[in-house]
Design a protein around this ligand. Structure first.
Ligand code: ADP
Length: 359
C-alpha cells in the first residue's frame, strides 16, 4: 500500500537521510585530515605507516560506519512511528467522514419521519373528524327511532304478541346501536382533545349507587358493598366518572358467572380515593394486562363466553380517568399465588379539596 504522509514529515525524513550520508562522510574527511596533520606534526614528514593506517581505519572508517548504522536505526524507528501516526490520521479522517455521512443520513431520515408523522397525524385527525361527523349524523335518526319504538311499545296491549316481541328486539338493538354511536363519538372527541369535561366535587356513594342501578337493573346479581362511613367528595366530572364505573361494572357482570358476587369497595388513600370493582370471573392473563386497555382489543378465546362488545370500554375508561387526573389499574388474579381467579379494577382519583368558607 502506498504510504501517504504529510509534506512536513516527508521533508524531515529527507533531511535526516541527508544527515545520515553526510555526517559519516564528513567525519571520515575530518579524521583523515586531522590524523595526517598530526603525523606530519609528530614525524615532520608525511608517512603512511601502520599507525596512520590503523587510526584512519579505526577513527575514520569504523567510527563513521557506526554513526551511519545508529542514524539508520534511528531513522527507521522514526519512520515507523510516522507510519503509525499517518495511518491513525487516515483512520481518523475516514471515521470522521463516515460519522458525518451517517449524521447527514440520520438527519434526513429524521426529517422524513417527522414529515410522515405529521401526515399520519393529519390523516388521524381527518379520520376522527369523519367518525365524529358520521356518529353525530347517526345520533339524530337513532333518537327518533328510539322515541318511536318507545311510544309504540307504550301501548303494547293493542299490538299482537309476535309484533311486540319484534318491536322489543328492535328497541333493544336500537338502544345498543345508540350506545355504540355515543361511545364512538365520545372516544373520538376524547382522542381529539375536545371532549368537554366539567370537573367538580362529586358525592361518591350516590354516584356508585346510580351506576349499579343502571347496570344491574335487569340482572340478578349479588353485589357486596364495602364503603367507609364517611366518604369525602372526589374531584371529577360526575357524568363521565359514572360512565367509567358503569363500564367496569358491566364488564364484571359480562365476564363473570351469574352466581358469583361482584364487590364494590371504596378506600381512602391520603389525598386520593380508590374505587375498587372486583369480580370472580376468569380474570385477565398477565401477558394481556397492558394490552387490555388498548382500543378494540377483546379476549374471546378458551373458556370465555361469547359476549357482545367493541373493545372500547376499558380504553375509554382509562382515558377518561386519566383526563380527570386519576389512574385506572388492574389486579388479576386476586391473590399473589394465583389461586383466586378474578379481576380487580381500581379507579384512583383526587379527593375534592375543601374550599375555605371566607373564599
Ligand atoms: P368489551 O367488553 O366491549 O369487549 P372492553 O374494553 O371493556 O371491551 O374490554 C376488553 C376485553 O377485556 C374484553 O373483551 C374482555 O375480554 C376483557 N375484560 C374486560 N373486563 C374483564 C373482566 N372483568 N374480566 C375478564 N375479562 C375482562
Amino acid at each position: 500500500m502506498e504510504k501517504i504522509m504529510p509534506p512536513s514529515s516527508i521533508e524531515n525524513l529527507r533531511r535526516a537521510n541527508q544527515i545520515r550520508l553526510f555526517l559519516p562522510f564528513f567525519l571520515f574527511l575530518f579524521v583523515l585530515f586531522y590524523e595526517t596533520w598530526e603525523h606530519i606534526l609528530i614525524l615532520g614528514e608525511l608517512k603512511f605507516d601502520i599507525h596512520w593506517t590503523s587510526e584512519i581505519l579505526f577513527f575514520g572508517i569504523l567510527g563513521p560506519a557506526a554513526v551511519f548504522g545508529v542514524l539508520t536505526y534511528i531513522i527507521r524507528l522514526l519512520s515507523g512511528q510516522m507510519d503509525v501516526s499517518t495511518e491513525l490520521e487516515v483512520l481518523n479522517r475516514t471515521l470522521e467522514q463516515k460519522v458525518n455521512e451517517r449524521t447527514e443520513t440520520l438527519a434526513e431520515r429524521n426529517a422524513d419521519l417527522a414529515l410522515a408523522n405529521e401526515e399520519l397525524k393529519a390523516l388521524d385527525r381527518l379520520k376522527s373528524d369523519f367518525v365524529s361527523l358520521v356518529s353525530h349524523e347517526l345520533r339524530g335518526p337513532l333518537t327518533t327511532l328510539n322515541g318511536g319504538l318507545e311510544l309504540a311499545l307504550q301501548d303494547s296491549s293493542q299490538i299482537p304478541a309476535k309484533s311486540r316481541r319484534i318491536l322489543d328486539v328492535m328497541a333493544q338493538e336500537s338502544q345498543r346501536l345508540t350506545n355504540f354511536v355515543q361511545t364512538i363519538l365520545d372516544v373520538s372527541r376524547l382522542d381529539a382533545g375536545i371532549l368537554e369535561l366539567n370537573p367538580g366535587p362529586v358525592a361518591v356513594e350516590p354516584m356508585l349507587q346510580r351506576a349499579a342501578d343502571l347496570v344491574f337493573a335487569s340482572v340478578k346479581r349479588e353485589i357486596k358493598w364495602e364503603l367507609p362511613k364517611e366518604i369525602p367528595p372526589i374531584w371529577a366530572d360526575e357524568i363521565y366518572m359514572e360512565k367509567v364505573v358503569c363500564n367496569l361494572l358491566s364488564n364484571a357482570d359480562k365476564y363473570s358467572p351469574p352466581e358469583a358476587p361482584i364487590e364494590i369497595k371504596v378506600k381512602m388513600e391520603g389525598e386520593n380515593l380508590s374505587i375498587l370493582v372486583t369480580d370472580y370471573g376468569p380474570g385477565i392473563p398477565t401477558q394481556m394486562q397492558d394490552k387490555i386497555f388498548k382500543r378494540f382489543l377483546r379476549l374471546e378465546s378458551g373458556d370465555r363466553v361469547e359476549t357482545q362488545g367493541w373493545g372500547l370500554g376499558l380504553y375509554f375508561a382509562k382515558a377518561l380517568t386519566e383526563a380527570q387526573d386519576g389512574k385506572l389499574s388492574l389486579q388479576s388474579p386476586l391473590d399473589s399465588n394465583g389461586e383466586v381467579k378474578g379481576s380487580m379494577f381500581t379507579i384512583n382519583v383526587p379527593i375534592a379539596k375543601e374550599v375555605p368558607e371566607d373564599a
